[in-house]
Design a binder for this molecule. Sequence first.
Ligand code: AMP
Length: 281
Amino acid sequence: MRIFQKIKDLQVEIIKQKLSGKKIGFVPTMGFLHEGHVELIKRARADSDIVVLSIFVNPLQFGPNEDFDSYPRDIKRDEEIAVQNGVDFLFYPTVEEMYPTKTTVTAIANNKVNVLCGKSRVGHFDGVVTVVTKLFNIVQPNKAYFGLKDAQQVAIIHSLIEDFNFPIELVEVPTIREVDGLAKSSRNVYLSDSERNEAVEINRSLDLAIEAINNGENNNDVIIDLIRNNIEDKTSGTIDYVEIYSYPELQNITEIKGKLIIAIAVKFSRARLIDNKIIEI
Ligand code: AMP
């Protein structure tokens, strides 16, 4: 595995590889790798000649009171995981390398951002589309791999690819979970032992909702209350949102019908966790 910290060095190498006909698979991450990231890498490995993994904690997508400084980082461990899983190029730029001067041009997500994480993390998706635009231009992948754990991000990146005409195929990868159902996340390390036990209720509430829907419940307020009550009764966390929308449009719905996302965000003392299920009725 080759490690690149400089944009120019990676670009020169990518151009060489593309000229010799190699297909590039790209996995963008913020590091502190876990099995969710590894699944994306494995999918890229299976499809591509060259697998590029980026690790960059992007300051632009963190709000002033969010966890940019304390976001977990462990590059040595990440390097080992990357090697073990067949990454060819690890791109690990500094903030100064990615944003050397105050930026003049950034990308803005206009649509699909007034709900879910876009609503509670104002400006977050502008930071995401800006860094992903830069990364797409640097890596020029044939395919890029994103996890459905961040389903709103997937919906917005689909729009980015379409609106900015990137010749890139987005591959959506299902959420990888712990054995008890908790979605794997770099932020799970922030949970205390008791919060870790309670956090399984996030996935459990979503499953309860799906069970109710399968039993014929089609009122979204009833479903949302069911999830809220379960989280409030069984955890010490604070609900940030529980919402249901059409997917990938992220539009309001009047009844439980069609392709939908049921999504939740819960704040524990040091970690804000998100999860979702996408269903088709
Ligand atoms: P992050 O490092 O958290 O920004 O995540 C990098 C990529 O990994 C994103 O496309 C995430 O959606 C994806 N990802 C994170 N957690 C999981 C998971 N549990 N299952 C599948 N993909 C994931």
